[in-house]
Structure formats: structure tokens, C-alpha cells
Design a protein around this ligand. Structure first.
Ligand code: MTE
Length: 349
């Protein structure tokens, strides 16, 4: 690990958004595990306390949207909005902000992490195939453009909450994950589903250089979570196909969970008989659990989750309280009888 360059502003930002006592405790805790350098070097998340444009650079009016692949299918756009999924209490985030302030470690995982789009040039999102494997009636491999054209696309506006305590509101275009799962024909003995993402170091500069990550990115859900009405496969946003930095050609959106549970650029869906491993849990199990539901009562070990920075436009952000399940309680609360409803530990505000 000696040749790994640590992001020099890491400690400043981490300490800036955490009480000093909590920050010191974490250093002691990591030291006791012998994890100090390792956890920092793997570039785990950090609570981002800065104005979003300050860390992403000035917003370029063209660049972030020029990354929408020319060959993405556009049939069915703009899709009709589903009136059951809107966010009346917040403005929709400006699309330039949603496409300029990202997390996509395959493209960049050191330095100015949020400025992803300039690193996407070599990535070819189409043609794309999606494999279905594991506990299914029959293994299948689909051409994604054909699959998208065969689905009824709809638009849903969802709140989106990152574990780093920033949030946005996004109109996604896509279809319910349950519709895709029905086509996969899983066997009744499948209890979970794992999603595996792209593995192409020749097109992904972050994947090519950061060998300490367990590429490719992988995530998982219980079957009842995956079949929930909210679980959505996004192939577009803001009435157009997804830009590369937002997960082209397809990604999951699970609005009641932290953003890292939504894998981008998925190549394989595998149905399993036990809980699958997940990328961030493998790297930092003490910080990232399997469920990872948005919950203001459960602080991250390094920062509070009680509130979030809502990003609406460049340089415009508001500190707002975080809601349990990100405000989607009525859809998902039955799935999680054990989710803490009162503060589960000292909350750092
Ligand atoms: N999927 C892949 N393949 N690689 C990633 O690094 N980052 C996750 C998630 N999905 C990630 C990923 C994280 S941490 C977040 S917050 C969201 O994507 C960010 O999505 P956005 O950049 O479109 O807002």
C-alpha cells in the first residue's frame, strides 16, 4: 500500500464535518484495528460538507450532458410521468448538478472524486448485454437496446440520498425492477439477487489504476426488496437516456436506501440462495451494512445522518432533516421491522 497517494484533503474534510471527539475516536478505532491507512487508502466515503460546485469545479454547460451516448435507444422518450412518484415538497435538482456531481469509482476514485464526467470519454455503453444467471428457469443473455424497447418506460421523480449526506431530486426514466425480475423467471428457492457491474479497465481509468478495490462493483438485495414497487431500473433521466457518469446504460435506483446500493452500468443479474456479498461491505464492513436503509437515527460511524445537504442548483444548497427511509416509509416499513425508529446511538448534529 506504500505507493498509494492519499487524498490530501481527506482529513480536513472528515474532521470538518464531524465533532472533534468523534473524529479522534475514529482515528483511535482504526488504529486499534490496524486499519487507519488501509481504510483511508481504499477511498471510503467521506461526509462532503462543501458547496457542491466548489468541489466539482465550475459547472460546464455542455460537457456533462455531452456524455449521453448517441446510440442509446430513444424510443418512448419522453416517458409519461407516473403521478404516484413525485416529490412535491422539493424542487427537482438542476440536471447539470445531477450530472456534474457524481460518485462512480470505476471512472475516478482519487482526487476530485465528484467530477466524473471528464473521465468517461473512452467508455462505450452500447451495444450492451445483460446476463441473467443463478437460480433461474434458464440462463439468458439479452441485448439491452432490445430489452429497453420492449419495456413500457415511465418517469418517476424520486428523492436520492447519498451516504455522504448530500441529496438531490431526480426524474428517472425506466421501468420497475419487478418487471425485469418477472422476465428473468427466478426459481422460488432464490432468496436474493446480486448485481454485477462493468469490468473494462481499458475504458475505465479508475478501475485500471486502483487495484486495491475488489472490481467489478457488486451489490445485492433480498428478493422482497427487489420486488418492492419502488425499486426501479433507470435507463434515463430528465427525459433523455442516462449520461455515462450517471450509470449508462442501466442502473438501479432504490430511493429508500443510500445511493451506493444502486449499482450503475450493470452487466449481470444473478439469483442466489443466500445473501450475496456487496462491494462496500467487503471493503469497510464496520461502516456499510447489507441493508443500508436511509435512517436519521443511525449515524454513520464518522458522521451524523440526521440531516443532509440538498443540492438544487449550482451553489444553492439547503440543510434539511433526513427522513426515515428517505421519506418512503409507507412503501417499505413492513420490510424492516427492526429498523431503529428512535436514535440508535449518540447523534452528532
Ligand atoms: N455504481 C458503480 N458501478 N460504481 C460506483 O462507484 N457509486 C454508488 C452508486 N452506484 C457507484 C455505483 C454511489 S456511492 C452513489 S452515491 C451513486 O451511485 C451515485 O449516483 P449518481 O452519481 O448518479 O448520483
Amino acid at each position: 500500500m506504500a505507493n498509494i497517494i492519499l487524498n490530501p484533503d481527506w482529513q480536513l474534510k472528515e474532521s470538518a464535518c464531524t465533532t472533534q471527539a468523534a473524529y479522534k475516536n475514529r482515528r483511535i478505532f482504526l488504529k486499534s484495528l490496524g486499519l487507519g491507512t488501509m481504510a483511508l487508502a481504499t477511498g471510503g466515503f467521506r461526509c462532503s460538507n462543501n458547496a457542491h460546485s466548489a468541489s466539482s469545479g465550475e459547472l460546464d454547460p455542455d460537457g456533462p450532458l455531452d456524455t449521453i451516448p448517441d446510440d442509446a435507444p430513444r424510443d418512448g422518450y419522453p416517458a409519461a410521468r407516473n403521478p404516484d412518484f413525485t416529490v412535491p415538497e422539493r424542487p427537482v435538482t438542476d440536471r447539470l448538478v445531477s450530472s456534474s456531481y457524481n460518485n462512480f469509482y470505476e471512472f475516478i476514485n482519487q482526487g476530485n472524486l465528484k467530477r466524473v464526467w471528464p473521465h468517461t470519454g473512452a467508455f462505450q455503453a452500447f451495444p450492451w448485454t445483460l446476463e441473467v444467471r443463478g437460480q433461474v428457469e434458464r440462463k439468458q443473455t439479452w441485448d439491452l437496446s432490445d430489452l429497453i424497447r420492449s419495456m413500457d418506460l415511465e418517469e418517476r421523480i424520486y428523492r436520492f440520498r447519498c451516504v455522504e449526506a448530500w441529496s438531490i431530486t431526480v426524474p428517472w426514466t425506466g421501468f420497475p425492477l419487478s418487471k425485469l425480475i418477472e422476465r428473468c423467471k427466478p426459481l422460488t428457492r432464490a432468496t436474493h439477487v446480486q448485481f454485477t457491474c462493468i469490468n473494462r479497465p481499458n475504458q475505465l481509468p479508475g478501475q485500471a489504476t486502483a487495484h486495491w478495490y475488489p472490481w467489478p462493483y457488486f451489490e445485492g438485495l433480498r428478493m422482497d426488496e427487489a420486488m418492492n414497487e419502488l425499486a426501479f431500473v433507470a435507463v434515463g433521466m430528465y427525459g433523455e437516456p442516462l449520461p455515462k457518469q450517471n450509470g449508462s446504460p442501466l442502473r438501479l435506483v432504490l430511493p429508500w436506501k443510500y445511493g451506493y446500493k444502486g449499482p450503475k452500468a450493470i452487466v449481470r443479474i444473478e439469483f442466489t440462495r443466500k445473501q450475496p456479498k456487496t462491494f462496500w461491505n467487503e471493503l469497510q464492513p464496520q461502516e456499510y451494512g447489507f441493508l443500508s436503509n436511509v435512517n436519521p437515527n443511525v449515524p454513520h460511524p464518522r458522521w451524523s445522518q440526521a440531516s443532509e445537504r440538498f443540492l438544487s442548483r449550482e451553489n444553492v444548497e439547503e440543510r434539511i432533516p433526513t427522513q426515515i427511509f428517505n421519506g418512503y416509509d409507507r412503501w417499505v416499513s413492513d420490510l424492516y421491522p427492526d429498523e431503529p425508529r428512535t436514535p440508535a446511538g449518540p447523534i452528532i448534529r
